[in-house]
Design a protein around this ligand. Structure first.
Ligand code: AMP
Length: 420
């Protein structure tokens, strides 16, 4: 019998990441993955026939600012396909990049039938609490949410629009970063602003929902006793947030109306007194674009250190400001950990995930030591060996490191919708 597959597309401002999953008995496993760089129309494709889902992604971005290039590599990183084309096609970035991908896939799918495409969409507004098949009406409504996520939403929708135009009969499924948080309680949804603003959508949406949904889906397979437990997940990557989960449901998140709130990030400020924005506006005479630039691109680890937005650079830099930036990062995580534990009446487990959470034993150790008062007891050896469980057997709170897989979550959501 011919097999089936699902393509996952994660379109960002300067890159499109794609992953092809095989569908087998209601599960999905990684088939191909890679990234497209539409701004430069360059993408690499890594061919990984039926590798396990735990395998690390082989995709990478290459050729920024150079001639358009498509490359396919096998699981051993050997080049199996390469294509370059005229840089004149640059103007229609997403469209051209996706055409190249689809043409290549058509030649390589063989007997496999592509049953649908799952797209990461950053904002589902108040309406979308579950994956949704996109038609013109849905696309239009999602476009209305661009005002809520101006930096991200247009890119997500550009990918869907291009796919709908190219393959009108292929189901395009939107999976939302806000959806996992849509059922959190009203007190976690509101700001103490005039109620009319709440009604028009000024709410605490929370983001990184696909990552949290994946952890909520995976944790009970590792620790079944935590299925109904109180869990705080720290998604610490270039974007960073934390989520309080109870019984598998999001109860609160550090991110609110936009992906700026909460923890300091690579270049985003995190929690801020709104009076600081008024100060920039009224006293410094900055306009909205300049303030946006400060809040999104010049703050966080970069703003604090003046050195880099990358934790790896800071960890090894002797400059005292690098250390101060890390101190601030740890301090805010520790504060939010206490607050989120309070929001769900205690904590049974803490999970670290994403680039920093999965890879920096130093950050994990410092957070756990600072949270000893909560009953966290770190197993230092397990932590430095990057074990899955890094707390001692006697720790009151279990601590795990679980690699996130947003693409797999999108594939599973897409599969559930198309093959209920
Ligand atoms: P993500 O957004 O989840 O891909 O995470 C990217 C971030 O993870 C990078 O900006 C780095 O700051 C961080 N990161 C990746 N590897 C390491 C590492 N070995 N140690 C510390 N930070 C890391």
């Amino acid at each position: 019998m011919a097999s089936e597959s699902i393509l996952v597309i994660n379109a960002g401002s300067s890159s499109i990441k794609f992953t092809l999953f095989d569908v087998e008995a209601g599960e999905v496993s990684l088939h191909y993955d890679g990234r497209i760089q539409p701004d430069t129309i360059s993408f690499d494709l890594f061919l990984q026939p039926s590798v396990g889902i735990d395998k690390e992604y082989g995709g990478q971005v290459e050729g920024i600012g150079t001639a358009p290039k498509f490359k396919a590599k096998d699981r051993d990183n050997e080049l199996v396909y390469e294509e370059t084309w005229d840089a004149g096609e640059r103007s229609s970035g997403h469209q051209v990049a996706l055409e190249k991908l689809m043409n290549w896939l058509d030649d390589h799918l063989g007997d496999t039938t592509l049953i649908g495409v799952g797209h990461r969409v950053v904002h589902g507004g108040t309406e979308y609490a579950a994956p949704t098949i996109v038609n013109d009406a849905v696309l239009q409504q999602l476009g209305d949410y661009t005002v809520l996520a101006p930096l991200h939403q247009p890119n997500c929708l550009a990918g869907i629009r291009a796919m709908l135009a190219m393959r009108p009969d292929l189901p395009q499924v939107a999976c939302f970063d806000t959806a996992f948080h849509r059922n959190h309680p009203l007190v976690a949804d509101q700001f103490a602003l005039p109620y009319e603003l709440y009604e028009e959508g000024v709410r605490r949406y929370g983001f990184h929902g696909l990552s949290y949904a994946y952890i909520a889906h995976t944790l009970p397979t590792i620790a079944p006793e935590l299925a109904d437990g109180r869990v705080v997940v720290a998604h610490l990557g270039s974007g960073a947030s934390m989520c309080a989960i109870k019984g598998g449901q999001s109860m609160d998140s550090t991110m609110g109306f936009t992906a700026l709130d909460g923890l300091p990030m690579g270049t985003r400020c995190g929690n801020l007194d709104p009076g600081a924005v008024l100060y920039m506006l009224q006293e410094k005479g900055m306009d909205a674009k300049q303030i946006e630039d400060v809040l999104y691109r010049r703050s966080g680890l970069l703003g604090l250190s003046g050195i880099s937005n990358d934790m790896r650079d800071l960890e090894h830099n002797p400059d005292p400001r690098a250390a101060q930036a890390i101190d601030y990062f740890i301090y805010r995580i520790t504060r939010e950990l206490g607050a989120l534990a309070a929001a769900i009446g205690g904590i049974d487990a803490l999970v670290f995930t994403a680039g920093i959470g999965e890879n920096s034993d130093m950050i994990r150790a410092r957070v756990c030591r600072a949270a000893a008062w909560l009953g966290i007891e770190l197993d230092e050896a397990a932590n430095s060996q990057r074990a899955q469980r890094i707390s001692t057997a006697s720790s009151k709170v279990a601590v795990y490191v679980i690699p996130t897989d947003e693409e797999k979550m999108i594939a599973l959501d897409t599969l559930r919708l198309l093959r209920p």
